[in-house]
Design a binder for this molecule. Structure first.
Ligand SMILES: [Fe+2]
Ligand SMILES: [Fe+2]
Length: 171
């Protein structure tokens, strides 16, 4: 009996590990940390686009849950690894400004998730998308390349590994 329960638990843990690995795979396979985060930005924009095009309640709920999961994991990776690295390399003000944006992202996710039938839902989603787009452009075009250039190859590799480890926790 006990062995059966143990085997069941082991199989469950293995299945969970595989599921997490699959969820994290696009990030882990994208290469360096900055490329992986850019890849996640792109995937989030694609979800915003799909959401804008759908009025169907169930599909909207499903896509919105996906967007929330993707952005939460993305923020977790940045806040636990990338922004601390920014603070360590003289860009604390940028880290704080980005953290503030992440707070707004959570607010949009909360507001849009609470009432998915409101008439101005898509208008609010578009506002959310422009905030996200401005934020990701600052990261991708300015702040992340500056950080990457300040780090050695080994340090960049360590950041990539640490970021994937954080991502796996929420995958
Ligand atoms: Fe961010
Ligand atoms: Fe980002």
């Amino acid at each position: 009996m006990a062995w059966a329960a143990g085997a069941g638990l082991a199989a469950g843990l293995a299945a969970n590990f595989v599921r997490k690995a699959i969820m994290q795979a696009p990030t882990a396979l994208a290469g360096d940390w900055d490329q992986a985060l850019a890849q996640e930005h792109k995937a989030a924009l694609a979800l915003f686009d799909k959401l804008e095009q759908t009025e169907h309640a169930t599909r909207r709920a499903m896509l919105f849950a996906k967007l929330k999961q993707a952005l939460s994991r993305h923020a977790f990776e940045e806040e636990n690894v990338i922004y601390p690295a920014l603070r360590d390399h003289g860009a604390g003000d940028r880290a704080e400004a980005f953290n503030h944006d992440h707070g707004l992202v959570k607010q949009y996710l909360f507001d849009l998730g609470r009432d998915q039938h409101r008439s101005d839902w898509t208008t609010k989603l578009r506002e959310f998308r422009s905030l996200f787009e401005k934020h990701m452009r600052e990261e991708e075009e300015q702040v992340f390349p500056e950080l990457k250039a300040q780090l050695s190859e080994d340090e960049n590799h360590a950041v990539t590994m640490a970021m994937n480890k954080e991502g796996l926790k929420l995958a």
